[in-house]
Ligand binder design. Sequence first.
Ligand SMILES: O=C1O[C@H](COP(=O)(O)O)[C@@H](O)[C@H](O)[C@H]1O
Length: 345
Amino acid sequence: MIGPTFCIKLAAFTQMDLQSFTHSSEKNTTIFTSIDHPTLQEVLRDWDLPSTESGIFCHSFALSLFCVCLGILFESHHCKDMANSVSPISNKEVRIHDSLDELATDLADYIAGLSEMSVKERGFFAIALSGGSLISMIGKLCEAPYNKTVDWAKWHIFWADERVVAKNHSDSNYKLAKDGLLSKVPVIPSHVYSINDNVSAEKAAKEYEFILRQLVKMRTVSVSECSDCPKFDLILLGMGHDGHVASLFPLHAALNEKEEWVTFIYDSPKPPPERITFTLPVINSASNVALVVTGSAKAEAVRLAIEESSSNCTLPAQMVWPTNGKLVWFLDRSSASKLDASQSA
Ligand SMILES: O=C1O[C@H](COP(=O)(O)O)[C@@H](O)[C@H](O)[C@H]1O
């Protein structure tokens, strides 16, 4: 496979070597034996090298240009390829558990593993939480061994969606996470990025995006290679029985938001109505996305999201498809009960 590095090296090599051929009587032999690539050897043979000094220089320059272009072409094609090569086999995993306790342990292991890896690689772990039943499923992180082994001081915690209510309101996703996890582990309070609940949903979304942009600039949150979106180490999502994820609801205009990182809604079909939410480009730019779903009431939405994801996308959960990241579904037997036997075996 001809990669960009190979092409650039070859460009430098041809520039250097062809010029030195001007004093060599075995030009063609040298170049053909030096370049150990049959296709290129053929190309070079077809090119009928000129024998004068200036001819060789022009030829070497043209060949260098050709190699650099090949490299650039490869690079852009590779990037496009990566964006398109999102196949259910390569980047989607479905884990089905016999009990909620087993699911919670696997989920805690998975989060702790990603945290360790991110801290080792980047020095931080940027994680976005959701609300709802997800929080009770990550409760194991407060227990041994995770409470001691996880490097909590390196965690930076965000919300993939939030309801615009006071922080002590029972509908607040922040309150849920604080009561269920954050108050029980040694996270650093200034690393917990909750929304401003004293302003409108629109303003809260704008402010939240602004904070996020500062943290992306500082690389506390990484940035996607193929867009300017933040690349969270992990986004944890739940799913409603209608297939909504974060606060992206079926057929809602917020699903089409491509420019903003954080958007707002005033008409959530599920109360409370005012919310902010990450947009799909942000969710799909993450390194890892976990969808945690339990209970038979969600079995049909799970089936549609996992098995019908390529055709007629209407459920928000079907649109969760990380471009270069990995998606893992954490299911219990009830939520997986409508899946094809090969998925749920
Ligand atoms: O309203 C919301 O609902 C979803 C799903 O909640 P669940 O209780 O059915 O698991 C949740 O993921 C989202 O964060 C929340 O705001």
